[in-house]
Design a binder for this molecule. Structure first.
Ligand code: KG4
Ligand code: ZN
Length: 340
């Protein structure tokens, strides 16, 4: 019989709930984005995020169940993001999930948000002609506003963290550089648009290769952009926003693509998965497709950004494995995937 998991996700600034069948088929996946609310602050304002989650969480869960034509009686378990994420945001979804589990008697399963991003690769919208499941070993790059992680997945629920950013996340670098250039939040799409009219070779910004590691660093690149902008301002020269955006984007894409593909070769990965908000970037997608000699899986954008279907998918495999969490456990705002 099919297993249905209700997923709940509030790790950052999206309030989301979803029902997923057998870890793959999305029956519903509403997401309430707070981007417009945070745009005026130029980034996510944590307290505003928590308060908005409080307002939205119950309607979003009702919406997810109704769209799937279900009630809690029709689902087998509740999977909720336990971390990593903003503490004040995590606790909203987490406590609502606990309350629902207590009220309904359904099992509760805490999900690592990075693991959830990886399980976005399993999701499908229709079971007419489902594509094959991803193959192991799978090399995953998770690049979002909060994370830039390289993870090797050898089997379901088995992860080896190869490396990650030592400072800014890739998306954070896009957001900060956008702000320096007077572009709106979120910075990623704004930089991508500006870069379309710019020359990626106009400025040779530094790339931190961090040889011998699978780590990333974007703070030097960010500072190099800042220095360039200041120099132009001091000389009363116009800021070539499009050229700087294109040159910055090219540096980030270069590092992400080359290191990810080198890791895939080193660990003989069968497939590469790119996910997280930054994987919406058109140049990043195109460069991965053009440079890879192995299958590259990039989920559609609505599954790359935060959503609860991916949490429900991860929840399905944990449910099958027998995971049942106690009702007195807490959120883990700094929960590395290496410590699941
Ligand atoms: O995964 P996500 O929606 O939220 C979390 O951070 O968890 O990622 C948001 C990040 C932001 O930093 C945003 O600027 C970046 O993803 N982003 C992009 C693009 N679209 C969103 N970065 C580069 N190019 C894009 N097209
Ligand atoms: Zn995320």
């Amino acid at each position: 019989m099919a297993t249905r998991i209700l997923g709940i996700e509030t790790s950052c600034d999206e309030t989301a709930a979803s029902v997923v069948e057998d870890g793959r088929l999305i029956l519903s996946n509403p997401v309430a984005s707070q981007i417009d609310l945070h745009a005026q602050y130029g980034g996510v304002f944590p307290e505003v995020a928590s308060r908005q989650h409080i307002l939205t969480i119950h309607p979003i869960i009702d919406n997810a169940l109704q769209t799937a034509h279900m009630t809690l009686n029709d689902v087998d378990a509740i999977a909720v993001t336990r971390g990593p994420g903003l503490p004040g945001s995590l606790v909203i979804g987490f406590n609502v999930a606990k309350g629902l589990a207590i009220g309904s008697g359904l099992p509760l399963i805490g999900i690592n948000h990075l693991e959830a991003h990886i399980y976005s690769a399993w999701l499908i919208e229709s079971d007419q002609t489902p594509p094959p499941e991803p193959k192991f070993p799978l090399l995953a790059l998770i690049a979002s506003g909060g994370h830039t992680e390289l993870v090797l997945m050898s089997d379901h629920l088995q992860y080896q963290r190869l490396g990650g950013t030592l400072d800014d996340a890739a998306g954070e670098a896009f957001d900060k550089v956008a702000r320096m250039l007077g572009l709106p939040y979120p910075g990623g799409p704004a930089i991508q648009n500006a870069a379309e009219n710019g020359d990626p070779a106009a400025f040779s910004f530094p790339r931190a290769w961090l040889e011998g590691t699978w780590d990333f660093s974007f703070s030097g690149l960010k500072t190099a952009v800042l220095r360039e902008v200041r120099k132009l301002e001091e000389g009363n020269l116009p800021i070539p926003v499009d050229d700087i955006a294109a040159s910055f984007q090219s540096a980030v894409v270069d590092i992400l693509v080359k290191k990810t593909l080198a890791a895939a070769r080193e660990y003989s990965a069968e497939e590469v998965l790119i996910t997280g908000g930054v994987s919406s970037n058109e140049i990043l997608r195109q460069t991965f497709e053009d440079s890879a000699s192995l299958p590259i899986h990039i989920p559609p954008i609505f599954l790359c950004t935060d959503n609860a279907a991916m949490s429900a998918a991860a929840g399905h495999f944990r449910f099958q494995q027998g995971q049942r969490d106690p009702l007195d456990f807490d959120v883990l705002p700094n929960w590395p995937i290496s410590e699941i």
